[in-house]
Design a protein around this ligand. Structure first.
Ligand code: NAD
Length: 338
């Protein structure tokens, strides 16, 4: 494909956003033409490493550039909403880091704007779906190798407490570990089981960080009711003394899957003398740009991306309900936008 026909990409935020570059360049129809970061250090790095790309401190330079077709938003969580709105106003397709936004009213507004422009594609980096181990698990569930799934557990063990104590996350006016990490597990559980969470209850604690400047819950546990009658539990644990890990257990009527390091276990008997089978598919085995190819394909073909707009709003709606449930007694019904 000739350069002038290619989709022109701009990326805002060069932390995880830098890894988007490789994702776009795996697709022959893409050319990353502009990078934005308000850190001078990052700009210097970007000019040296990517001399063919324009580098700017101002997101507006990309968002208002008519030559740019696609924007990746990998800025701090609190900037996503305003950048998304501007991008939609200027007719750009969007790949947005999770969480899409931080407030229900913002999600409703983005949803309404996208409904007015159905030609625009939105996807998000709910990357656990690309882990070979979880793809393998999904295939087993689909093949009904586990029988009927009746209970699921996902613990997002963050293992990087310094990021909430020292970085931007703890300095925002509002930060949620459920939106920042738990969302990966919520999406994974719904994607694996093709079920939808309808109601949640939740508790949060900040015992581990109460002597610090981090002013939000550092650990949240939620109980989940699914549409099918299945039940679940999801924990976002940002304070754990534990390496970054997705602790996942899926209980079916015929078998149980339990993620482990380095291998997962597949229990197929209640007899304590029968050892579980070892599942050795790669984990996590993901690159942060892995979902971008299908996002670009969705722009070119009109077919759904691996992570669709509807699925992004669905995961976010569950997270909003969990966050709400931590501050009130009793359960909260998930309010879906789709
Ligand atoms: N999908 C995933 O697995 C995953 C992993 C990590 C982070 N994230 C998300 O990516 C986003 C960025 O997180 P990170 O870990 O890369 O942070 P980071 O601090 O490592 O990098 C963010 C970069 O963006 C720049 N930046 C922030 N806001 C900006 C703005 N408005 N304009 C220009 N530059 C801006 C900062 O200067 C910084 O260099 C967050 O929303 C986070 O939740 C997603």
């Amino acid at each position: 494909m000739k350069s002038k026909q290619k989709l022109k990409i701009g990326i805002i935020g060069l932390g995880v956003g830098e890894q988007h570059i490789g994702g776009y360049h795996k697709h022959p129809a893409c050319e990353v033409v502009a990078l934005c970061d308000f850190s001078e250090e990052k700009q210097t790095m970007a000019r040296e490493k990517y001399p063919q790309m324009r580098v700017t401190a101002h997101a507006d330079d990309l968002l208002s550039d008519p030559a740019i077709n696609v924007i990746s938003i990998a800025s701090y969580d609190n900037y996503h909403y305003e950048q998304i709105v501007q991008a939609i106003d200027n007719d750009k397709h969007l790949f947005v880091e999770k969480p899409l936004c931080l407030h229900e009213k913002e999600a409703k507004h983005i949803h309404a704007l996208l409904c007015q422009k159905p030609h625009l594609k939105l996807s998000s980096n709910l990357i656990l779906r690309k882990s070979p181990r979880f793809i393998d698990l999904k295939q087993r569930i689909e093949a009904r190798s586990m029988g009927k799934v009746f209970y699921v557990e996902g613990d997002y063990n963050y293992g990087r407490i310094h990021k909430i104590l020292e970085g931007w996350r703890g300095q925002l006016d509002f930060y949620s570990i459920v939106y920042g990490g738990g969302i990966h597990m919520i999406d994974l559980l719904q994607w694996l089981t093709e079920d939808q969470i309808t109601e949640v209850s939740a508790y949060g604690t900040n015992i581990a960080t109460q002597e610090t400047n981090f002013q939000y819950n550092d650990t949240v546990v939620s109980i989940l009711q699914f549409k099918s009658g299945m039940i679940g539990k999801m924990t976002a644990n940002f304070s754990c003394t534990y390496p970054h890990f997705h602790k996942l257990a899926i209980y079916g009527t015929n078998a149980t899957f339990e993620n482990g390091w380095p291998h997962a276990n597949w229990y197929h008997s209640r007899d304590p003398n029968v050892p579980p089978l070892s599942i050795q598919t790669e984990y996590p085995g993901t690159h942060k740009g892995d979902l971008i190819y299908s996002f670009i394909q969705s722009i070119l073909s009109g077919l759904p991306a691996e992570v669709t707009k509807e699925e992004i709003f669905t995961a976010l709606a569950v997270c909003f309900a969990i966050e709400k449930a931590t501050s009130q007694a009793g359960s909260v019904v998930v309010e879906y936008l789709n």
